[in-house]
Design a protein around this ligand. Structure first.
Ligand code: SAH
Length: 364
């Protein structure tokens, strides 16, 4: 299992300074350390987080000579590699990072919301059997600025404030906790998004949910359960071997106690496999008295696996079986299916690029 990336603190990556991800205080210290008065820190903050500056050269309120002297400084914005719009208005972005790696981000508009589905890693090492990202392997963790950038990119493209963020793109956020937590704090304090409007989705790793609880964030924790017993979970999620279902649920109960926030459980419905009434009964048994909510996700087909999406009738009976046992439940129908932008379908492979079309659009 890869460890958290070294040097994952906001601002410092491999001895380069990235301005994105830094707080007002840190930016103020930074401008002062580079010979500018303190008020320039506030200007810089405003240009980074409100005006979306992509380079120091864009910040025209700064003296020209100084901007030129600081030309090596990198803000840390990605460039748009590809953009595809689904019929329902969902937009999938392939973003190119500073080192040329490509990640996926999805913008999901709805009545009065704009949700961004962000990636936390390039690829993912968890190798869950139903997930396209997992089939593509793992390259590296994202840095704080690369997570914040995804939100700013979608916000600028839609010309609308982002209201919600879900860490449900590529990667396992709790393998990259330091950068993810730094990004959440920045998105909250600097970009102005409420922590309660942020959901962190994890497949669960021993000890890491408890470690996250120590951060005392107000985000929603979503745990990818996907099975009603350990044997079945093991079939779908290789990492379940080192983390029995009971232990995972105990850690989730501790999370509720420590944070006062309820936990959401995600459960992919796979036809004939985990969608039978007895699975609902078993799941309800585990969650009895637990301050939680179940999100059912009908499986989104991927080329690399041959699971089936259940019928509407069996989805309804699964819901009814949980409700009759007083479990709070909803069904999440993924958006952007036809553009391969739905949960579990993110994979920045060449094949996917070809399938999504070949136009390379630049952001205006
Ligand atoms: N690694 C994290 C977050 C990324 S996946 C996690 O496992 O939670 C976000 C959600 O999409 C998870 O619940 C994941 O299990 C689900 N998902 C993955 N592949 C899917 C597929 N093919 N169909 C539906 N949901 C899928």
């Amino acid at each position: 299992m890869p460890a958290d990336a070294p040097g994952a603190e906001a601002g410092e990556v491999a001895s380069e300074t990235y301005l994105l991800g830094l707080s007002l205080e840190a930016l103020t210290e930074w401008v002062q350390a580079h010979g500018q008065p303190a008020y320039r820190g506030k200007q810089l903050h405003n240009w980074l987080y409100k005006k979306g500056a992509r380079s120091l050269q864009d910040i025209t309120v700064f003296p020209k000579a100084w901007r030129q002297a600081m030309s090596q400084v990198v803000i840390g914005r990605s460039t748009l590699h590809h953009r595809a719009v689904a019929r329902d208005g969902t937009v999938k972005y392939l973003l190119r990072l500073g080192d040329g790696q490509i990640i996926e981000t999805v913008g999901i508009p709805s009545a009065n919301r704009l949700t961004v589905c962000v990636s936390s890693q390039v690829g993912c090492p968890m190798a869950c059997d139903f997930c396209a990202t997992g089939k593509g392997g793992f390259l590296r963790n994202l840095y704080c600025h690369e997570i914040v950038d995804q939100v700013l990119t979608v916000q600028a493209d839609f010309g609308q404030r982002v209201s919600h963020i879900v860490f449900m793109g590529m990667g396992e956020p709790l393998l990259n906790t330091d950068s993810v937590v730094a990004a959440i704090r920045c998105l909250n304090q600097d970009v102005g998004i409420s922590q309660r409007a942020i959901t962190l989705s994890t497949v669960g790793l021993p000890g890491r949910i408890r470690k996250l609880a120590d951060e005392q964030l107000q985000v929603t924790l979503a745990v990818s359960l996907h099975a009603s017993n350990q044997a079945q979970r093991l079939q779908l999620i290789p990492s379940a071997k080192a983390y029995p279902l009971e232990t995972l649920l105990d850690e989730c109960r501790d999370y509720v106690k420590l944070t006062g926030r309820r936990v959401s459980f995600e459960y992919i419905l796979l036809a004939g496999l985990n969608d039978q009434p007895r699975h609902a009964a078993e799941l309800a048994q585990h969650l009895r008295g637990f301050q939680s909510h179940v999100n059912l996700i009908p499986y989104n087909p991927i080329d690399e696996a041959d699971y089936q999406r259940p019928s509407e009738a069996s989805i309804s009976s699964f819901v009814a079986a949980l409700e009759s046992r007083h479990i709070a439940v909803s069904v999440r129908y993924s958006r952007g299916l036809e553009e391969n932008a739905a949960c579990g379908q993110l994979r920045a492979s060449k094949g996917n690029l070809a399938a999504a079309g070949s136009d390379t659009t630049t952001l205006g």
